[in-house]
Design a protein around this ligand. Structure first.
Ligand code: FEO
Length: 400
């Protein structure tokens, strides 16, 4: 999309679609790309909200010019300093040398750290809650620390009732024609929004809850995040989703994740699933940890109350892909889950013990038994795994 898109009178989307970056933060795959959203507001002064990732600067600048022509940009609001939003700032300053950069007290040390010194008169610092009248629009800046970085802030335009929400409410996925929720497949944006939440924001649930409370009273016609879908139809729905996700509210479901080199441990995981199904439980997902990127595991884990991890042992420790998944889980310290464990070994134990160490760190309720199988599972081993599935189903049904 090479044209700016009008959002409302005097405000345009000037963001870009990135379908070339394969891995966001060099960690999370982007099969549907990602959008860096940015906006221009025309009052007596011209204000741009957020920059984009550096290589997409020319597309972004062309969109700005398609709206304001040869007028200058007077201010750039830096809601967030992560380089996916900030690395085009220096190029924008070259295009508009008199432009001033707006941030909060935590913005400018990061700006200097990433991009060097800026002349003293080129930055304007606003404290939390400060308002800035640009003539025709009054912008209010609210800090939302650790959603996603310490300097993160959001910008509210009270006349348009629009919240420019930075990473909050953002999602993976480039725009596919429409930029608004009512122009898109809702299942697709919700899945990619949850994957973004689980990977990027989900470590910071308590600060996300604080931000939701802080912003709770404002009137909203639109939420315009820095990634993904813009919301004008489902504003209440996305606030409710964010509230639920950041309170660790989940559904009565079970995710079974296995790591298996030769298929023996996979049979144990399948037996766990059979136990769940025998108990009348239908909301079960089975994943091979070696063949599923952790971002998809984290996304579906966030929805499901129950997790059963079934892993082989590798060199006397936990199978590396399972270790990677659990280290990402432990990093986020999610709450309100029930855990089941099973392991296998041949010439050395170690996999199940390592899972138990993670389980102790995470502190969730556990479901027994915890089968530990030598070499390949025998019929009684598979029955024990099925019992784990039945007990998980019972626990989840009891807690509903
Ligand atoms: Fe989209 Fe935290 O940057």
């Amino acid at each position: 999309m090479d044209k700016a898109i009008k959002i409302t009178d005097g405000i345009h989307w000037i963001g870009v679609n990135d379908r070339e970056t394969d891995i966001f933060e060099a960690l999370w795959p982007l099969p549907q790309g990602v959008a860096y959203n940015a906006y221009v507001i025309e009052g007596d002064k011209t204000v741009v909200i957020d920059a984009v990732k550096g290589p997409w600067f020319s597309d972004y600048l062309a969109k700005i010019k398609s709206v304001i022509g040869e007028k200058p940009v007077d201010y750039l609001v830096i809601n967030h300093m992560e380089p996916d939003h900030s690395s085009a700032i220096t190029s924008l300053l070259l295009a508009y040398p008199n432009m001033k950069l707006i941030g909060n007290p935590k913005t400018f040390p990061l700006l200097k750290g990433f991009y060097g010194e800026f002349s003293e008169g080129s930055t304007v610092e606003f404290k939390d809650g400060a308002a800035f009248d640009i003539g025709g629009h009054v912008l209010t800046f609210a800090t939302v620390p650790m959603v996603h970085w310490p300097e993160s802030m959001v910008t509210y335009d009270a006349s348009a009732k629009i919240l420019f929400s930075s990473d909050a409410f953002g999602g993976f996925g480039a725009h596919e024609g429409g930029i608004f929720d009512d122009q898109k497949n809702s299942e697709r944006w919700e899945n990619e929004m949850l994957r973004y939440f689980a990977t990027i924001v989900g470590k910071y649930c308590s600060t996300t809850q604080a931000a939701l409370k802080k912003l709770g009273g404002i009137e909203l016609e639109m939420i315009c995040p820095a990634h993904g879908t813009l919301f004008r139809k489902d504003v209440k729905k996305v606030i409710s989703l964010y509230d639920r996700w950041s309170r660790y509210e989940n559904e009565r479901g079970a995710m079974v994740v296995y790591g298996s080199m030769y298929g023996n441990t996979k049979r144990m995981a399948e037996a766990v699933c059979r136990g769940l199904a025998e108990s009348g439980f239908s909301n079960t997902l089975l994943y091979d940890v070696s063949r599923t990127n952790a971002s998809y595991l984290l996304r579906d884990f966030w929805k499901m109350k129950g997790l059963v991890a079934v892993s082989c042992t590798y060199n006397g420790g936990l199978f590396p892909p399972m270790s990677d998944f659990f280290s990402k889980l432990a990093n986020r310290k999610p709450k309100n889950h029930v855990l089941g464990l099973a392991g296998s070994y041949s010439w050395s134990k170690g996999g199940l013990d390592a899972l138990r160490c993670y389980a102790n760190e995470l502190g969730w309720d556990r479901v027994e038994p915890e089968p530990e199988v030598f070499a390949s599972p025998k019929l009684d081993d598979l029955e024990s795994c099925a019992q784990l599935g039945r007990n998980m189903a019972k626990k989840l049904l009891e807690e509903d």
